[in-house]
Design a protein around this ligand. Structure first.
Ligand code: URA
Length: 229
């Protein structure tokens, strides 16, 4: 790993500022001053010091939160009554949400300090399947379901094919491989339906399971390893 990346991942500073810190001559690797931000270090073996302080690699943290209604998916928003960060202990305040759920959407939200993973999970190229439980104002007929599954025009761009499984009454489950802004609400609105209730129940191989609203849990070691892969 580049020394600059190691320092920023360890929480010393932003990546750009880390390069300045290194060039200023304050950083040593195995007791030798190092002035090159691109110098390669092994985070497990090399001893990196900033002046007299040993810099240790920060471990990656992965949490799953069951987001309740009325909570905003953001790190900081002075106008939000409550953000997802308010539901976590202070020691997790440095984590970032992976993607976002609307304020009135509930369900599975991942949070992590693993920036690489956030990029991979939110990039359309990776096509992670997300399953949502949807409650509508009326029951859609088979023709509308077919149209939605094939893809519909939202602001001049067709939605990718998706799967819909009808449930009882006006409920259904929809599996998407993309995540455009307010996508599900806009897809149903385009055909004259209103989404009254929206809950994300899984993302890739991760299920919300029995996690209660407003509660969080750490991913198990196996889940974290599978995510990284
Ligand atoms: N689609 C929406 O419309 N809202 C969400 O929060 C997630 C998917």
């Amino acid at each position: 790993m580049r020394l600059q990346v190691f320092l920023s991942r360890s929480g010393v500073s932003s990546r750009r500022h880390a390069a300045d810190v290194i060039r200023s001559g304050k950083v040593s690797v195995n007791s030798k001053k190092c002035l090159a931000p691109s110098f390669k270090v092994d985070p497990e073996k090399d001893k990196v010091f900033l002046e007299n302080e040993r810099i240790l690699p920060r471990e990656n943290i992965y949490l799953m939160l069951h987001k309740p209604r009325g909570v905003t998916t953001t790190k900081r928003d002075p106008h939000a009554a409550m953000t997802v960060m308010d539901l976590l202990p202070r020691r997790f305040r440095h984590l970032n949400p992976v993607g976002r759920l609307d304020k009135d959407t509930t369900g599975l939200l991942l949070l992590t300090n693993d920036g690489g993973l956030i990029n991979r999970l939110t990039h359309p190229r990776f096509n992670i399947e997300k399953v949502y439980r949807v409650g509508l104002d009326k029951r859609p007929g088979p023709a509308d379901i077919k149209r939605l599954e094939k893809g519909i025009d939202l602001d001049g761009k067709y939605t990718a094919p998706c799967r819909i499984k009808m449930g009882p009454k006006n409920d259904l489950e929809i599996t998407l491989r993309e995540g455009r802004k307010r996508q599900i609400k806009r897809m149903f609105a385009a055909l004259g339906y209103r989404v009254l209730d929206l809950k994300r129940i899984s993302e890739g191989f991760l299920d919300l399971g029995r996690l209660q609203q407003g509660k969080w849990r750490s991913l198990t070691r196996e889940e974290a390893l599978m995510l990284q892969r």
